[in-house]
Write a protein that binds this ligand. Structure first.
Ligand SMILES: Cc1ncc(C[n+]2csc(CCOP(=O)(O)OP(=O)(O)O)c2C)c(N)n1
Length: 288
């Protein structure tokens, strides 16, 4: 089902919430295959990446190289565990590939590699580079007179990186309204609160000062995500857009929520089962 096929808003939101629940289960499953994963930040970004891939992006199922596709850069590359299942589900490669997640000779490492993963538009992992790459891609689209957009998902701790603050004014200077940046604002970096490590608030005011349009929303509310994505201007617009998605690190697994110890971790069988039970319990109520 795609947004255009859905009969009602409730049906659409249920569909997207189902996808997010499936993705959270995949994160737990893949972490078991790998022996560990970036669980906290994978779970926090799950609703956002589902809304972007299954609602906003212009893609062709099964065709990762379609020239007119919207591009996506997972700038917080350690979130690969929440990204690769989505690419498989888009038909870009067989879901069976995921059964080798982070094993030797697998296409998947801890971070995504565009040379090995069909549908991955940029290799990432070293934080801070995604927005600069997005500026380059968006300029390419402008030069080629193409209307595709570039979506780029950053971590909130990640935006401490200096290069982000070179790319942000470049995007507005070059009138790149074909960029949609999203910050996974889960308030925690690797080992503590972003506001203690190096404060990033007030995020909206800072980015507006750099010439961006900013939406500040609940990043776990599928309705808010969809409504915000509906408000995106045409890609020809001169002003780049930032969505600050307020999220919870570890969202969906109560013993992981808001605890930086789960930034990267492994789960034994019992803990995996407990996590999956939590995910089932936290599923938003069906609307219909
Ligand atoms: C340049 C660089 N420095 C350090 C790291 C190690 N590192 C991996 S994840 C992470 C924390 C990032 O925090 P945040 O962006 O908030 O990620 P999230 O909470 O969404 O997982 C760090 C410092 C890295 N990948 N790249």
């Amino acid at each position: 089902m795609h947004k255009k096929d859905s009969k009602s808003r409730d049906q659409l939101l249920d569909y997207l919430d189902d996808k997010a629940e499936w993705l959270r289960r995949e994160i737990i499953r893949l972490s078991s295959i790998a022996g560990g994963a970036h669980l906290g930040g994978g779970l926090s970004m799950a609703d956002v990446i589902v809304a972007v891939y299954y609602y906003a992006m212009n893609l062709k199922q099964g065709d990762p190289t379609w020239a007119d596709r919207d591009r996506f850069i997972l700038s917080k590359g350690h979130g690969a565990v929440a990204y690769c299942p989505v690419l498989a589900d888009q038909g870009f490669f067989s879901p069976d590939w995921l059964n080798t997640f982070n094993n030797l000779d697998s296409p998947f490492g801890m971070h995504p590699d565009m040379k090995k993963i069909p549908g991955c538009d940029m290799s990432t992992g070293s934080l801070g580079h995604g927005l600069s790459v997005a500026v380059g891609m968006a300029l390419t689209a402008r030069l080629d007179k193409k209307s595709w957009r570039v979506f780029v998902l950053m971590g909130d701790g990640e935006i401490n990186e200096g290069m982000v603050w070179e790319a942000a004014p470049a995007a507005s200077h070059f009138k790149l309204g074909n960029i949609v940046a999203i910050i996974d604002r889960n308030t925690l970096s690797l080992d503590g609160p972003t506001e203690e490590i190096m404060a990033i608030e007030p995020i909206a005011k800072r980015w507006e000062a750099f010439g961006w349009r900013v939406f500040d929303i609940d990043g776990h509310d599928m309705g808010a995500l969809v409504d915000t994505l509906d408000k995106l201007p045409p890609s020809s617009d001169p002003t780049p857009t930032l969505i600050v998605a307020r999220t919870v690190k570890g969202k969906g697994v109560d013993f992981m929520e808001n605890n930086p110890i789960w930034h990267y971790a492994g789960l034994d069988k019992a803990k995996s089962a407990e996590a999956l039970t939590c995910i089932g319990n936290c599923r938003p109520k069906r609307r219909t």
